[in-house]
Ligand binder design. Structure first.
Ligand code: URA
Length: 477
């Protein structure tokens, strides 16, 4: 017997296939006796005959698999789909559960390819704005799908852009939406699209703002967004530039993210700092300098300064002058420290000076910025930086100037009166004394003098202790 010829429209002729399948099943024509072809001509089965044929019902999963597989370009798609229908209606209703069945497997492969193609069209289709004579806004897009998915994708675009007038042209069909009606039309041409427009600039800007350089993997990117789509994507022009700028942007993002998460969760922020693992004082300082202050307001991070292997003096936080000039201990407390160091035989240029907290925290009162003590949480946040800094500075002796420095260096609240004197800060020989600004604040002149004398005595002891300590910097090299 001659096979029955079924001729369907080019593309995914789902309606034509359904009519034909109904008629073939009604006439008990088995799959091997049917030959399926596509052409640009009316289908063989007239509507009347199809309506007359008794409809059959398929399990929903089977119907869905067939609808998707028919969108594929595979020339065997109709024959595969009809074979599946035949088998389901002849006792194999659960055939889809047998994944190893060659027919099921093949149809699943087709379905997956369609899923990927739909995803690409949803993700990479770009509308351009068309100036219409009647002043209405109209949007046009061009897309080149791999398969016959134009109709299958219509629901997605109608839902997304219901309030706009738009047309989507592809080499295999077109969609037109006027805010109420959807028309499925013939293929279009790229030449129907306007060259460029303000909408395109918008897409480019959107892409650049959502581009995540930290996740940059050019190979993966080409896989996700194959180059063939690039030519129709306005934002693709930005890709090379964005790739080039990615490392610098990653660094910037890390700093921003650290500042935000530090506010939300200081413990986690400390762990993130530790992850950065700088290998030198310069690298650490770059990280500190780029970080946002925990409390907004400071002009900059004030970094430590002085030679490696010296005595390291650790203060609380930069003051107003330090914040403006970017150097530690140069305001009134710094001047007092300088004078006291000189009197004790210590050259300020030969010591390292830094702070527990790297940013100035203050309260604005009129034009004045009034120093505010950092909280224990803030000190803890900066502690990792300080301890890392000291490992690079390799001090002979670390001096805590006041309670905040002592808290940072010991990790616990310390009473200066009780703890004053020689101590140990983790791996570093240490000394705890008062902060110079404590001396400045004392209201009573006699108490001030006595406190200053005691401070000088501490500094002299510090000088002696430092001399007795081996030079770690030299020893480490
Ligand atoms: N006080 C500090 O603790 N550090 C400075 O740098 C200045 C004042």
């Amino acid at each position: 017997m001659q096979p029955v010829q079924v001729i369907l429209h080019e593309g995914a002729d789902v309606q034509g296939f359904r009519r034909a399948a109904r008629s073939l099943i009604a006439r008990r024509i088995a799959p091997p006796d049917v030959s399926w072809t596509c052409a640009q001509m009316p289908e063989l089965f007239a509507n009347d005959e199809a309506e007359a044929a008794r409809p059959f019902t398929l399990p929903r999963a089977v119907a869905e698999l067939i609808d998707q597989a028919l969108c594929h370009r595979d020339p065997d798609r109709y024959s595969l789909a009809y074979t599946l229908i035949w088998r389901v209606l002849h006792g194999e209703r659960a055939v889809l559960e047998v994944q190893s069945d060659p027919l099921v497997h093949r149809l699943e492969v087709l379905r997956k390819a369609i899923g990927r193609d739909l995803h690409k069209m949803h993700a990479f289709l770009r509308f351009r704005q068309l100036a219409r004579a009647d002043g209405q806004e109209q949007f046009i897009a061009w897309f080149e799908p791999d398969h016959y998915i134009v109709e299958a994708t219509a629901g997605f675009f109608v839902d997304r852009f219901r309030g706009l007038i738009w047309s989507i042209f592809t080499p295999v069909g077109s969609l037109h939406w006027d805010r109420e009606n959807l028309i499925i039309g013939p293929p279009g041409s790229k030449a129907d699209l306007p060259e460029s427009d303000s909408f395109e600039a918008g897409w480019t800007q959107y892409y650049e703002s959502t581009f995540n350089p930290a996740r940059l993997n050019p190979d993966l990117m080409r896989k996700e967004m194959p180059m063939k789509y690039w030519r129709n994507l306005p934002e693709a022009k930005s890709i090379a530039r964005l790739i080039e700028a990615a490392p610098a942007r990653v660094e910037e993002m890390i700093q921003q993210e650290m500042a935000v998460s530090a506010k939300r969760n200081p413990e986690k922020a400390v762990a993130e700092m530790a992850n950065q693992n700088p290998q030198s004082l310069e690298a650490l300082n770059r990280i500190i300098a780029a970080a946002e202050p925990l409390v907004p307001g400071a002009t900059r991070a004030v970094l430590g300064e002085g030679p490696i292997g010296a005595i390291a003096f650790v203060g609380e936080q930069p003051g107003d002058q330090e914040d403006l000039q970017g150097r530690p201990f140069i305001g009134p407390a710094g001047q007092l420290l300088d004078a006291a160091l000189e009197k004790s035989g210590i050259d300020r240029r030969r010591v390292y000076v830094t702070n527990a907290v790297k940013h100035f925290k203050f309260e604005q009162r009129g034009k004045r910025r009034i120093h505010q003590k950092p909280t224990a949480g803030e000190v803890k946040h900066y502690r990792w930086w300080l301890m890392k800094e000291l490992t690079f500075v390799k001090p002979r002796l670390v001096v805590a100037l006041g309670a905040t420095a002592a808290l940072a260096l010991t990790g616990k609240a310390v009473s200066i009166a009780q703890a004053r004197g020689r101590t140990q800060f983790e791996d570093f020989p240490g000394f705890i004394t008062v902060h110079p600004s404590y001396l400045l604040r004392l209201p009573d002149e006699a108490a001030k003098r006595a406190a200053y004398t005691a401070f000088l005595a501490d500094l002299k002891q510090i000088a002696r202790l430092a001399q007795a300590e081996p030079a770690k910097a030299a020893a480490a090299e």
